[in-house]
Unconditional design. Sequence first.
Length: 334
Amino acid sequence: MSKVTTLHEFIMDRQAEFQFSTGELSRLLSDIAVASKIVSKDVRRAGLLENFLGAEGTTNIQGEEQQKLDVIADNQFINMFQSGGEVCGIASEENDNFMPFKSEFSKKGKYVVLFDPLDGSSNIDVNVSIGTIFSIYRRVSEVGTEATLEDMLQAGTEQVAAGYVLYGSSTMLVYTTGKGVNGFTLDPSIGEFCLSHPQMKTPDTGRIYAMNEGNINICESGIKEYIETYCQQTQPGHERPYSGRYIGSLVADFHRNLIKGGIYIYPDTTVDPEGKLRLLYECNPLAFIVEQAGGLATTGRKRIMEIKPERLHQRVPYFIGSKTMVEHAMGFLK
Ligand code: AHM
Ligand code: MG
């Protein structure tokens, strides 16, 4: 039997790849892995536990109803970041404002983390795959002081690491530090993430499209044209049109397309004129991963990672997936 590589071993082996590495980023990635194992355990048992399923009774700044598990996962990651010492502040989907950590210990942290603790909220109560998405930046403010909004509002090109955890039929952690993408599956028998998908590359093209087609008549006409006249038609050399696959959990839709090849689209609509998905903790991290895997992420017109963020919860239209498919879809936009 070949030797299993755990995530921890992998992170340690790769530490030397970073310029000026002092091990803090490695510790931060390890902390994220530990927090996500705890969240995974909660997700797996949620139906059996009191106070884990259902709505929390509160809404986030975006007016969305918070689920109990959203809040539990958010607290789990925040506690881990606060006690780790590598992070000076965070921003998350579940918190109205960014959170600079107040202790002298945390103020020495070099990094900020922006994250969506549990993405795919509408799927939590119905036992469908959900995920965590995270994005890590070096702070631009001075070490030893409180984190600032400027630390949070950096372009995606400045990310030093990004990843996601998929709580699916198995729990997987996929991440990049800008040197390729690697995927790890949680082996519940030993409680370790083990390398299962080394050096992930996404196919240059595929035959899957993912979009909430309920929105087809409230988005720009080029998208309707792309879906109806291209995705839903048989093309030369193929017996069938594309397959439509839409889970409604971005992490799950993204992960499937990353492996099989495909395109995910969440455009701007008359209801959500800026799109629905959030630039900082949903779109940028997955854009970093997809580019590292050979794919593309755009607004339909512009590269996601080059957008200079203006607001914490800023939304953007999102086209992400196999390079050729994203480029082709963009050609339909006026
Ligand atoms: P959430 O962070 O509140 O869960 O919202 C983001 C989710 C994505 O996971 C998913 O792709 C999308 O919203 C689904 O939206 P819709 O229900 O409009 O199709
Ligand atoms: Mg989300």
